[in-house]
Design a protein around this ligand. Structure first.
Ligand code: SF4
Length: 430
């Protein structure tokens, strides 16, 4: 559809069903994984006189609570797709299984339109299965596929069976995510900005949000007020890529408002915070506002890799940030530091050096294994060596790509690096 934004803006009086598909992968952890874009869109559509409903196959597949409002998601082992045939790991369907999903669909009135969202590009199998099952129950209802996979792999998404694919960012003023569509949302979701002012080689933020935009703070606060009416909510999660950008004009005033109005909420930043922005004042603000778990974006201290990460943090800046956070009262167990492993050309010894550096500084390393994301420079580099990446998104799977497909790191090296983060953590506790 040429202009998806215009089509959706013109919808009135329609009934719309939103779907967050299950995930097919080797591993999946709930890192506060709600489909924020879909929820914003459903709220937008209902404000324009449409009726909306939601089936979130991940949230509805929760089988037990995890700390800070998250959930353990049920899984069932499934047959590996052909590209993973020789990978000695189990493959799973995470979230509602087919029978449960069909039951949910059969309990719904026939909608006028169905919106299916999508996440990682290598999760497209869950999307395809969802659309296949939707066709069984609602064969005549138009299906619109959007989300990250659809935006980054629009050509491949044509194979999904959807009637329309969203290929451009939606041009709307969003108000608040439709959190009330969950019976027990667990946490509030805040987005004070979209996109990122930086442009790292391996990140698709610029492709997904070509322009970095910051929302007016009163809108962000109003958004939270609405969400807080949706049940017993004790946690809040920021989904921003650049939360601390212009922190004195934006983040500090926002934190002051949050603290005043919602003093008991525990805050989390699953997307990494910019290390360079964390000085003593910033650390104190984070502590005072009630941030409970933090993730820091370091990626690597290897000077040869800094350029690929937009020179966003040096080793010295990391040490300073960690020191400030500890002085502000943060327990190091609540601060995890992202370390990237498996970039084309990156050696295991370089990753190990960064792990050791973070541990010696008293931090907790969190390994982020590289996966090539379409629309990034790193993807082009990876696809030059493995052209099949352009036609088969599964090959970019984070468990499969570095360890078994690209040869950037062997499975033994990845395991060695993972163990290194754990062994050292154990030693730290002694
Ligand atoms: S700083 Fe983070 S969000 Fe921004 S481009 Fe780099 S990796 Fe992406």
């Amino acid at each position: 559809m040429a202009d998806m934004s215009r089509f959706l803006k013109n919808l009135h009086g329609a009934s719309i069903l939103g779907i967050n598909p299950p995930v097919f992968d080797f591993t999946f952890f709930d890192l506060w994984a709600k489909p924020l874009g879909l929820l914003f869109l459903l709220d937008f559509l209902r404000r324009r006189g449409n009726s909306v409903s939601l089936i979130d196959c991940i949230a509805e597949g929760a089988e037990g609570p995890l700390p800070w409002g998250r959930s353990r998601i049920c899984k069932g082992e499934i047959k590996k797709p052909a590209p993973f045939r020789n990978i000695p790991r189990r493959y799973h369907h995470f979230g509602l299984n087919d029978e449960a999903f069909l039951r949910r669909l059969r309990g719904q009135e026939t909608p006028d339109y169905i919106l299916v969202t999508s996440g990682m590009t290598y999760w497209y199998e869950g999307v395809f299965r969802t659309i296949e099952l939707l066709r069984q129950v609602f064969p005549a209802v138009p299906v619109i596929l959007g989300g990250t996979y659809a935006r980054l792999c629009p050509g491949h998404a044509l194979l999904s069976g959807a009637d329309f694919i969203q290929t451009e960012p939606l041009d709307f003023d969003f108000t608040a995510p439709a959190l009330d569509l969950y019976s027990d949302p667990g946490y509030a979701l805040l987005l004070s900005s979209t996109g990122c002012p930086l442009h790292c080689d391996y990140c698709a933020s610029k492709s997904l949000f070509p322009v970095f935009r910051q929302r007016p703070l009163n809108e962000v606060l109003q958004d939270l007020r609405l969400q807080m009416k949706c049940g017993r909510i004790q946690n809040g999660v920021f989904y921003d890529d650049a939360l601390l950008y212009r922190k004195k004009e934006r983040f500090y005033p926002l934190c002051k408002m949050l603290k005043k109005e919602f003093p008991d909420l525990a805050w989390h930043t699953p997307n990494g915070l910019s290390v360079r922005e964390i000085d003593q004042e910033c650390a104190n603000v984070l502590m005072r506002t009630g941030f409970q778990t933090l993730r820091l974006s370091l990626e690597s201290i290897d000077p040869s890799l800094l350029g690929r990460s937009s020179f966003k943090a040096t080793a010295d800046e990391f040490l300073r940030a960690l020191e400030c956070l500890k002085r502000a009262g943060f327990d190091s167990s609540r601060i995890e530091t992202y370390i990237l492993a498996g970039l084309p050309g990156q050696k295991a010894s370089s990753v190990a050096e960064t792990i050791d550096f973070v541990i010696e500084a008293g931090g907790r390393p969190k390994l982020a294994v590289f996966s090539p994301v379409p629309g990034t420079l790193s993807f082009e580099e990876a696809a030059a060596a493995l052209p099949a990446l352009r036609t088969e998104p599964l090959l970019g799977n984070k468990t499969a790509y570095s360890s078994y497909i690209s040869g950037n790191l062997s499975p033994e090296e990845v395991q060695f690096l993972k163990d290194r983060t754990k062994i050292n953590k154990a030693n730290q506790g002694k």
